[in-house]
Design a protein around this ligand. Structure first.
Ligand code: SAH
Ligand code: MG
Length: 216
């Protein structure tokens, strides 16, 4: 990624360390087909994904832009400068748009504004790359697993952020409600060469065809 675009990503508020951002870019570059992220915030990961997609495919970035639980007033990751004073709620969409504009990625990165579960319910396009970094509570993480992972094409990748097998390192829902069920389903296998710390990258594998038995 060129330095000017990298500077835009660095300037965007967000919780994606450099090494994980570069791993995300590497993984997204390695597959064909549309890219979709759940959790846009101020556009940091969208710039990295957009750079990987540019001239080749598209990035859909899904977010209601009202912030996760931990972004709300009184919580650990609240940023009061992101509150819309008229509505009285968070609104990260203007910041997201500015980031994508500054990065020169408006033709590649498409914002989809709304609740993740609603968009997932009506989604129909198979995905080459799915990045889940939305709500980190049990319910939103479970809904993102159930709603989005069926849309990953066979051979496509599922990247999950903030996967902490050790509870002392961070909250567990991305690990317990997305990473573990995906592996346990037999539909995904981790590509450890693409994973980096809390960013885990899984590949959708062909599931064995059901064996039909004839009653005798
Ligand atoms: N991927 C971003 C960070 C995302 S932060 C980056 O690296 O820069 C998590 C985002 O998920 C927040 O912006 C929040 O608004 C969004 N979010 C949380 N729950 C959601 C839901 N149920 N539907 C849509 N967006 C949601
Ligand atoms: Mg994250």
């Amino acid at each position: 990624m060129i330095a000017a675009r990298r500077a835009v990503a660095d300037h965007a508020r967000g919780f994606l360390p450099d090494d994980e951002a570069m791993a995300l870019h590497r993984a997204a570059t390695s597959v064909a087909g549309p890219i979709l992220e759940v959790g846009a915030y101020c556009g940091k990961s969208a710039v990295w994904l957009g750079d990987a997609a540019e001239g080749r495919t598209v990035v859909f970035s899904v977010d209601h832009h009202r912030g996760s639980e931990e972004n709300q007033a009184g919580w650990e990751h609240h940023d009061p400068t992101l509150v819309d004073p008229v509505v009285g709620l968070m609104d990260t969409l203007p910041f997201f748009r500015q980031t994508i504009f500054d990065a020169g990625l408006e033709a590649t990165v498409v914002a989809v504004v709304g609740p993740s579960a609603t968009v997932a319910r009506w989604w129909a396009t198979p995905l080459g790359f799915l990045f889940i970094d939305g709500g980190h509570g049990v319910e939103p993480a479970r809904a993102d697993y159930l709603g989005w992972t069926p849309h990953v094409a066979v051979g496509g990748l599922l990247a999950i952020h903030d996967v902490y097998p050790d509870p002392s390192e961070g909250g567990r829902p991305p690990y317990e409600e997305i990473y573990r069920p995906a592996l346990a389903s037999g539909q995904f296998e981790e590509d450890v060469a693409l994973s980096c710390r809390s960013l885990r990258v899984l590949r959708r594998v062909q599931t064995a065809p059901a064996v039909l038995r004839c009653a005798t």
